[in-house]
Design a protein around this ligand. Structure first.
Ligand SMILES: [Zn+2]
Ligand SMILES: [Zn+2]
Ligand SMILES: [Zn+2]
Length: 451
């Protein structure tokens, strides 16, 4: 068994939304300094890897980028995503026992369709890594635990209809924080019911509350689900000093969470207290992943008495956990009830807002309800941009689990639309069983295969 923990650092010096934006390159500089100062990088248990570029094909396995991939990503995005792939390979080749990609820009707010930047994210690093692992190494069942203070709405969207990816997110209640979603009724589509679990926590929740959720809900559910790999979307913004949120989590709390969760791969998400939190939290997590003593990691201003959870908050959290445990236990029968009367397709309509780029998207999603497989998906999406431009796309997504009937049907719908693309700007086919990705440019009447 390999005993090393792999790390990738990529601070993306040349990419920021704006020079004063909280999601900027200094986020990782202090962490790197701290790890070097403490001598952690010299330990035999730690192994540093260099990031590489992800390919457009790696991105097309997850996203439909409008108007095309190169408009949505910079080299920094490709390296951040590529950094996770390096660790995925090292893990599968048994060079490391686990890995932590300390990369930015972050990704967990990037949904399947990408018209622009949402919540500082353009492409979803975790999903790109997971689809790469599935394609290259045949991994099927994966669990993602999102410990960022914000709801991982992008990751949830990408896996909402996939019964083989369990997505668990705990976060500050969406009524009090961006992106305003992640409620207990968001449980997955009809063919993946229960494979999405959201745990909205009250502002001010401390280590005690989060550890209760971990021990009583997250770990038992993971134990039932039996994933081949656990991925942690490791956002550090539950920290008590974070400027963008209102939680009371500490570096010790994060380290202990990691030690109990034992993720195979962790990917950095948010965390905007650049000096007061990130270096301590990340150091604690790295030590925990390496199986080393993290008990000495403490913020300079930490005082135990400031972190006592009010009893009424614990009562609320305990009830929430009981409620979600009941749903998890009965997920199969509840999911069957949901499919009743749906016909051939399950449909949902919604609007999505891109806070950073001020884009509004209207989406109509259809899921084929097949008796033998999780079905394919068709998405019609219209992006309304700030200066009055609109772009409309039609996308077909064939999951790797799709039966041959569904595969054929789905490819037929794509062919039909590229012959009759009225009202559309782009048509996409994400054909995972063949690992082939097409984009059709209506105006140029030209189809490209994404490599
Ligand atoms: Zn989260
Ligand atoms: Zn966050
Ligand atoms: Zn099918």
């Amino acid at each position: 068994m390999p005993e090393k923990t792999g790390l990738v650092f990529f601070p993306a010096f040349d990419w920021a939304i704006s020079p004063t934006h909280p999601e900027r390159e200094e986020r990782l500089l202090y962490t790197k300094d701290q790890l070097f100062e403490e001598g952690i990088m010299d330990l035999p248990e730690i192994c540093e890897y260099k990031a590489r570029l992800a390919t457009f094909k790696d991105i097309a396995r997850v996203h439909f980028c409008v108007p095309e991939i190169r408009a949505q990503v910079t080299e920094a995005h490709l390296i951040a995503a590529g950094g996770t792939l390096v660790l995925a390979d090292a893990l599968m080749n048994k060079e490391i026992k686990n890995g932590f990609a300390l990369v930015r820009p972050p990704g967990h707010h990037a949904m399947r369709v990408v018209h622009g930047n949402r919540g500082f994210c353009n492409i979803n690093n975790e999903a790109i890594m997971i689809e790469y692992l599935r394609k290259k190494y045949g991994i099927r069942k994966i669990a993602i635990v999102d410990t960022d203070v914000h709801h991982g709405d992008g990751t949830q969207d990408i896996y909402y209809h996939d019964p083989d990816v369990l997505f668990i997110s705990f976060h500050q209640d969406g009524r009090t924080l961006y992106p305003g979603s992640g409620f207990t009724h968001e449980l997955g589509g009809p063919r993946a019911f229960g494979a999405t679990i959201n745990i909205p926590l009250p502002p001010g929740t401390t280590d005690e509350g989060i550890h209760y959720v971990l021990e009583e809900l997250v770990l038992p559910v993971l134990d039932d689900f039996q994933p081949e790999l656990i991925v942690n979307s490791a956002g550090q913004d539950n920290h008590y000093t974070d400027p963008l949120a209102n939680m009371r989590f500490t570096a010790q709390g994060y380290a202990r969470l990691n030690a109990r969760l034992k993720p195979d791969l962790a990917v950095l998400e948010g965390g905007y207290a650049i000096e007061s939190a990130l270096p301590y939290v990340n150091t604690g997590i790295v030590l925990a992943m390496a199986g080393l003593d993290y008990s000495y990691v403490r913020e300079p201003d930490y005082r135990k008495e400031n972190f006592i959870q009010p009893p009424e908050k614990m009562v609320y959290i305990k009830e929430l956990v009981e409620y979600l445990k009941e749903i998890w236990k009965n997920r199969t029968s509840l999911g069957q009830q949901k499919q009743f009367h749906e016909g051939d397709f399950y449909e949902q309509k919604r609007s999505i807002y891109y806070d950073t780029d001020h884009i509004r998207e209207q989406q109509w999603e259809q899921i084929r309800l097949c008796k033998t497989c999780p079905g394919y998906q068709m998405i019609t999406s219209r992006g309304m941009y700030p200066y009055g431009t609109t772009r409309t796309i039609f996308a077909v997504a064939i999951p790797w689990q799709a039966c041959l009937n569904c595969q054929e049907e789905a490819r037929g719908y794509y062919q039909e639309r590229i012959k009759n693309p009225q009202g559309l700007d782009f048509v996409y086919l994400q054909d995972k069983p063949h690992d082939i990705y097409y984009q059709f440019f209506v105006e140029k009447d030209c189809e490209i295969q994404i490599e």
